[in-house]
Design a protein around this ligand. Sequence first.
Ligand code: ADP
Ligand code: MG
Length: 142
Amino acid sequence: MERTLMIIKPDAMEKGHIGDILSILEKQPGLDLIGLRKVKLSPDDARHFYAIHKERPFFGELVQYMTRGPVVVIAIEGENAVARMRGIIGATNPKEAAEGTIRKLYAESIGENAVHGSDSPENGLVETGFFFFEREFLRLRK
Ligand code: ADP
Ligand code: MG
């Protein structure tokens, strides 16, 4: 069992894609949306969350983007959840994303790319823990 964090980023929120994206997630057998919340990141939240990218030239732009409006954070649990969600999300650059992926459908650019997905099972645990307490997780059938 793995956990992964999805964030519906500000560009997708502004375009009204919460429902479209949740609808894709709900159709995935074996992936349970155990946590769901709307939040607005502070600049400190965004800097912490993306600390791994702090030396990258786009870091300032990324923090600006992620804090400009509310986002939806979703904790997802399931077998192989991290890789499965990365597949559903598509490549970082929407121009390279496969047909039918969330970024192909809803993203504009490599910077504003609609959603976040954890990149490893270890980061899935850290990132879901960044937004949720263990006691908040609710499973559909357990
Ligand atoms: P992913 O979100 O696919 O895991 P990364 O972890 O490499 O991608 O990057 C984190 C986020 O930083 C991306 O989703 C995107 O919002 C932003 N980003 C990545 N590369 C660039 C870039 N070259 N220019 C601007 N923003 C970028
Ligand atoms: Mg990443």
